[in-house]
Design a binder for this molecule. Structure first.
Ligand code: AGP
Length: 607
C-alpha cells in the first residue's frame, strides 16, 4: 500500500505535494519522491527514508519550483527501500507514481528489454513507466489505454508528460484514487487526508476511469474516452479520522482491510490455478521433496500464525512440523537436521528474538524461509528465501491483517509442498487454491456481522479472567484470540485445549466465568460440545464461535457467533475475524488505548 498525490494550481507544488504525502504516511513510509514541472521540464527528487529525508534531499539538490506535479510515499512490495526503487519512476518523456501490485511485471519487463529498454530499479512501477513510454506516441490518454490493457494487477497511477506541462493524468484499478476539487487548483490523491487542508470536495474515481486534470479543469473519461459525469462528495471528517479512513482506530481499519490484504497476498501467487511461489535459492522442488522436518519460529501473533501453519502443513503435506517461540528456540540448542527447513515469521522483520533465531538456524547450515511484511527488513535480507505478505503498513500495535496474510502464505506453502511431494495431485491442489480465492468474499460477510461482536463484547467487558477453548485448529486459533483480548483490553485470558480442561484447570470454572469456545471443526464439534457442557454445568458464561452449518446442534449456549462454513481446514481464515472484533470492542468499551496498548511496541527490537 502506498500513497500518491498530484497537484495543479497556483501554489508552490513541492510544498503541497510533501504536505499531502505527510498525511498519507500511514499508507507507507520507507521512501518518497516528487516530480514537478519546472520551466517546462520535469524535475524529480526522491529518497529512501521518511519524508523529512526527502525534504533534506530537496534542500541539497534544490526544491523543484513549479505549480504542477505528482508525489509518492512508498510501502515497498517489489524491490527493497532505496533511492533508486523510490517513486516517481519515468523516462525522458514522462514520470509516474503508482500504488498497487503489477502481477505480470516480469513478463512485461522482459518484453521491454527485448525492445531495448534498460531498468535502474527492481520495481514493478518502473516497468509501467517504461511501458507507458513505449506506447506514448504523443497522446497520453491513448498510451494509458494501451498500458491498462497490458498490465495485470492493481494500480492507482498518477502521470505527467513532458509534452503536456501542468497537466496530470490518472487511472485506477483496485487501488483507491480520488480527485480533490479546489478553486483554481485540483488534486489527485490515494485518500482524503492529503487534500483536506485545501478542499473538502472530491470525486471518487471508479475502476478504469481515466482522469485528465489541470488547475482549472478536471475531465473524467471512461475507457472509450467519453467524458463521465461525476458526483461531487464533501468530506466531513477531521484530519485524524481521515488518516484512519473514517474508522475510529487503525486497528478497526486494518481488520476491515483483511479481504484486500488477502487478495493482494494470494492472487499474485496463483498461476493457472496452482501456487506460483517465487522460491529462490535453496527451495528447489528437489529440496522440498527432501525436507524431513519443518521448524516454524516466531514471536507472539506471528508464532500463532505458525501454529495454524503447522496444522495445515501436516494435514496436507504430511511433513513433521514444530512451532517454536523464538526467544526459547535461540537458547535451547535446537536439534536441526541437514534436511530440515526453518520458517521464520515476522510482520516487522526486525523482532530481535526472531532475527536471532534466524541467525542460529543459518549458523547450523539449515535453509531459512522468511514470511515478512516489511520489504528489505533485517529478517527479509538475511533469510535464504523470502515470501512477502502484502498487507501494507500495519499501524496498530495489535496485529490483525498481517496475521491473516501470514496464515494465507502457510496455506499456499502447505498446498505447494503437498503437490511437489505427491501428497496432492494438481487437481487436488487447484481445488484447495480455489477455496483460498473464495475467502475474501466470505471475510466480507463476516465483517458485516460486526454488530454481533460488539454486543457480545458488552456482555463480557467486565470479566477479570476469560478462557478461550478449542480443539485442533480451533485450539491454535484460540491462542491468537486470547492474545488479542489480553493485549488491548487488559483482561487476563488463557487459551486452553478443550479436551485438557478436565486435567486441572476446570477447577477455575465457576459461576459466570466467561469462556469463548471455538467449535469450527465439524469433525471435532461433538467433542468440543462435551467440553462446553462441562463448563456450562459449572456455571460458565459461554460464547460459542462455530461454523454456521453446525450451529443448529448447539443446545448449551445462548451466545453464538456463526461463521460461514468454508470447510474445516480453512475456518481459521474466517473465525479469526470475530475474535479480533470481540477483542477490539471489548477494549473500546473498557476505554483502553486500542492502537497503542500500554507497555507494548509495534516491533520488539530488543531481547
Ligand atoms: C501482535 O498483536 C503483538 N503486537 C506481538 O505479539 C507481535 O506479533 C510480535 O511482537 C511479533 O512481531 P513481528 O511479527 O513483527 O515479528
Amino acid at each position: 500500500m502506498c500513497g500518491i498525490v498530484g497537484y495543479a494550481g497556483n501554489r508552490d507544488s513541492s510544498t503541497v505535494l510533501v504536505d499531502g504525502l505527510k498525511k498519507l504516511e500511514y499508507r507507507g513510509y520507507d521512501s518518497a519522491g516528487i516530480a514537478v514541472f519546472e520551466n517546462g521540464v520535469i524535475k524529480v527528487v526522491k529518497a529512501k527514508g521518511r519524508l523529512n529525508d526527502l525534504e533534506e534531499k530537496m534542500q541539497e539538490t534544490g526544491v523543484p519550483q513549479g505549480h504542477c506535479g505528482i508525489g509518492h510515499t512508498r510501502w515497498a512490495t517489489h524491490g527493497e527501500p532505496s533511492d533508486v526503487n523510490s517513486h516517481p519512476h519515468g523516462s525522458k518523456t514522462l514520470s509516474i507514481v503508482h500504488n498497487g501490485i503489477i502481477e505480470n511485471y516480469l513478463e512485461l519487463k522482459e518484453k521491454l528489454i527485448r525492445k531495448g529498454y534498460t531498468f535502474d530499479s527492481e520495481t514493478d512501477t518502473e516497468v509501467v513507466a517504461k511501458l507507458l513510454d513505449y506506447y506514448y506516441k504523443g497522446d497520453p490518454k491513448a498510451a494509458v489505454l494501451r498500458v491498462i490493457q497490458a498490465v495485470k494487477g492493481s494500480y492507482a497511477l498518477g502521470m505527467i508528460f513532458k509534452d503536456y506541462p501542468d497537466v496530470i493524468f490518472a487511472v485506477r484499478k483496485d487501488s483507491p484514487l480520488i480527485v480533490g476539487l479546489g478553486e483554481g487548483e485540483n488534486f489527485i490523491a490515494s485518500d482524503i487526508p492529503a487534500i483536506l487542508k485545501y478542499t473538502r470536495n472530491y470525486y471518487l474515481i471508479e475502476e478504469n476511469e481515466l482522469v485528465e486534470l489541470t488547475k482549472d479543469k478536471v475531465t473524467v473519461y471512461n475507457l472509450d474516452l467519453e467524458p463521465v459525469e461525476k458526483e461531487v462528495y464533501t468530506a466531513d471528517w477531521d484530519m485524524e479520522a481521515a488518516e484512519k479512513g473514517g474508522y475510529p482506530h487503525f486497528m478497526l481499519k486494518e481488520i476491515y482491510e483483511q479481504p484486500e490484504a488477502f487478495r493482494k497476498t494470494v492472487s499474485p501467487r496463483l498461476k493457472d490455478g496452482l501456487p506460483d511461489l517465487e522460491f529462490s535459492g535453496a527451495l528447489t522442488p528437489a529440496f522440498i521433496r527432501s525436507i524431513e522436518k519443518i521448524h516454524i519460529v516466531a514471536c507472539g501473533t506471528a508464532m500463532h500464525a505458525g501454529l495454524i501453519g503447522k496444522n495445515v502443513i501436516e494435514a496436507l503435506g504430511r511433513i513433521p512440523t514444530e512451532v517454536a517461540i523464538a526467544s526459547e528456540f535461540r537458547y535451547c540448542d535446537p536439534i536441526l537436521g541437514k534436511n530440515d527447513l526453518v520458517v521464520i515469521v515476522s510482520q516487522s522483520g526486525e523482532t530481535a528474538d526472531t532475527l536471532a533465531a534466524l541467525r542460529l538456524a543459518k549458523s547450523r547450515g539449515v535453509p531459512v524461509l522468511a514470511l515478512v511484511n516489511v520489504v528489505g527488513s533485517s529478517i527479509a535480507r538475511e533469510a535464504d528465501c523470502v515470501l512477502y505478505t502484502w498487507a501494507g503498513p500495519e499501524i496498530a500495535v495489535a496485529s490483525t491483517k498481517a496475521f491473516t496474510v501470514q496464515m494465507a502464505l502457510f496455506y499456499l506453502l502447505a498446498i505447494e509442498f503437498a503437490r511437489v511431494r505427491g501428497e496432492l495431485t494438481d487437481a487436488g491442489a487447484a481445488s484447495y487454491c480455489g477455496k483460498l480465492m473464495e475467502i475474501p468474499d466470505r471475510m466480507q460477510e463476516v465483517l458485516q456481522n460486526s454488530e454481533d461482536c460488539k454486543y457480545f463484547a458488552s456482555k463480557f467487558q467486565n470479566a477479570e479472567n476469560l478462557f478461550f477453548i478449542g480443539r485442533g485448529l480451533d485450539y491454535a486459533l484460540s491462542q491468537e484470540g486470547s492474545l488479542k483480548l489480553k493485549e488491548i483490553s487488559y483482561i487476563h485470558s488463557e487459551a486452553y485445549a478443550a479436551g485438557e480442561l478436565k486435567h486441572g484447570t476446570i477447577s477455575l470454572i465457576t459461576d459466570q466465568v466467561p469462556v469463548v469456545a471455538l467449535a469450527t471443526q465439524s469433525h471435532l464439534f461433538e467433542k468440543t460440545r462435551s467440553n462446553i457442557k462441562e463448563v456450562v454445568t459449572r456455571g460458565a458464561k459461554v460464547l460459542l464461535v462455530a461454523a454456521e452449518d453446525m450451529i443448529s446442534k448447539n443446545e448449551e449456549t445462548k451466545y453464538v457467533l456463526a461463521v460461514p462454513s468454508v470447510g474445516d481446514l480453512f475456518m481459521p481464515l474466517l473465525a479469526i475475524i470475530p475474535l479480533q472484533l470481540f477483542a477490539y470492542y471489548t477494549a473500546v468499551l473498557r476505554g483502553c488505548d486500542v492502537d497503542k496498548p500500554r507497555n507494548l511496541a509495534k516491533s520488539v527490537t530488543v531481547e
